[in-house]
Design a binder for this molecule. Structure first.
Ligand SMILES: NC(=O)c1ccc[n+]([C@@H]2O[C@H](COP(=O)([O-])OP(=O)(O)OC[C@H]3O[C@@H](n4cnc5c(N)ncnc54)[C@H](O)[C@@H]3O)[C@@H](O)[C@H]2O)c1
Length: 359
């Protein structure tokens, strides 16, 4: 008999390490300021310092966060027993990994290289140097995704027979200058999170049919993907991803529908809508009637602990407004209404970091 469904019992957290190791970050880019450093601070993980060949960027971030800026790559590599956090462009991952101390722990930002050859090289380096490495796929560690996985594993939905991912939105690709001219964008940079999450939830498919294309209005290599993941004859899995639905918020969407033989779930990924301001995430589960899950309440409290990187004071106290999206991304969390969505990214990044910090 299936247990009684009590949403409050769904697990939304990941165990923390008893003795977290020091963290050394490579890269002082936007993801480090927006997500890694806030997540580590919220989780109480010790960040020793960071290295970026762009000394100005490194200085700006280290001053804001009160951490050390390593003067050279060698200085950063010399830290003993650290977790090395590679928040660098994919093309640089292999070179840094090949210099890490033998047996070191590494968290590698996605994607794992720019193509299959680079990913294979990274895998070979990790094996040869016996690195304890993980790729930073935080979506599967997001509170709502942990809750959904728990609900599925506890049988509230029955056998999963359908997974539908539907995105129709406008993604501001210009926020990431390093993407300019890259040959692989949509799947490698974005949908890769969905593919990882789907694999975590329902396992590996037998095969994949996919087509990914660009759009005549811009030169980003691919922004639209249609994919069928082949799970045989009982489970249908489809992704329809369109980052060029730039016609206002009204009919935009970023959502998953998961159906089982006994129930269903609906997920809204708020952060991608009106990025980077974001909207609240939503998770609804139906074993007998639709119920919206309360997602981890710590979010609002954490806002006050996050520093505004533009204005240098606790985000919750900072009311200055900036209009330009590129500024928004690097700017104040509370000011930009990032609230729960952005914080859930940070929490998920923290939980992803837990996975590696425990090694
Ligand atoms: N997991 C996610 O959701 C997510 C989101 C955004 C970005 N990312 C990934 O994070 C990485 C960085 O993205 P970003 O938006 O911060 O990019 P960014 O361009 O803002 O920053 C990259 C930084 O890396 C630095 N760098 C380059 N080579 C280096 C080296 N050898 N050592 C140290 N630093 C070096 C650059 O100077 C730059 O400051 C990318 O791989 C990207 O795909 C992941």
């Amino acid at each position: 008999m299936t247990e009684h469904f009590d949403p409050a019992t769904l697990r939304q957290w990941w165990p923390k390490p008893a003795t977290p190791r020091s963290i050394v970050i490579f890269g002082a880019g936007s993801i480090v300021g927006d997500a890694h450093l806030p997540a580590y601070r919220n989780a109480g993980f010790p960040v020793l310092g960071l290295y970026d060949p762009n000394a100005d960027k490194a200085r700006a971030l280290t001053e804001t966060w009160g951490i050390r800026a390593f003067a050279s790559e060698d200085e950063a590599l010399a830290v003993k027993d650290a977790v090395f956090d590679l928040a660098t462009p994919p093309a640089t991952h292999a070179a840094i990994l090949s210099k890490l101390p033998f047996g070191a722990a590494a968290l590698i930002q996605k994607p794992m290289g720019s193509n299959l050859t680079a990913a294979t090289e990274i895998l070979d380096i990790c094996r040869a140097r016996q690195l304890k490495a993980a790729v930073n796929f935080q979506l599967r560690f997001a509170p709502m995704m942990l809750a959904l996985k728990d609900a599925v594993e506890r049988g509230f939905l029955g056998e999963i027979v359908d997974f539908d991912a539907w995105l129709a939105l406008a993604t501001p690709w210009g926020l990431w200058p390093f993407l300019k001219g890259l040959p692989r964008i949509e799947i490698a940079m974005h949908s890769i999170h969905y593919l990882d999450f789907i694999r975590g939830l329902i396992g590996n498919p037998l095969g994949v049919h996919a087509k990914t294309i660009g759009h005549p209005n811009h030169d980003v290599a691919q922004t639209r993907t249609a994919a069928i993941l082949d799970y045989g004859d009982r489970l249908r899995c489809v992704l329809s991803v369109n980052h060029d639905h730039d016609f206002g918020r009204k009919f935009q969407a970023c959502e998953f529908r998961i159906s089982g033989t006994k129930g269903a779930a609906y997920v809204k990924l708020g952060v991608n809508l009106d990025y980077p301001r974001g909207e609240p995430d939503e998770l609804w589960i139906l074993p007998s009637r639709w119920r919206r899950m309360g997602l981890r309440a710590a979010a609002r409290r954490m806002v006050s602990r996050c520093l505004c990187q533009s204005h240098g004071q606790p985000a919750a106290l900072c009311h200055r407004r900036r209009r330009r999206p590129d500024r928004l991304r690097r700017g104040c969390l509370a000011d930009h209404g990032a609230g729960r969505s952005r914080l859930s990214i940070q929490r998920a990044a923290g939980d992803a970091a837990c996975a590696i910090a425990k090694v």
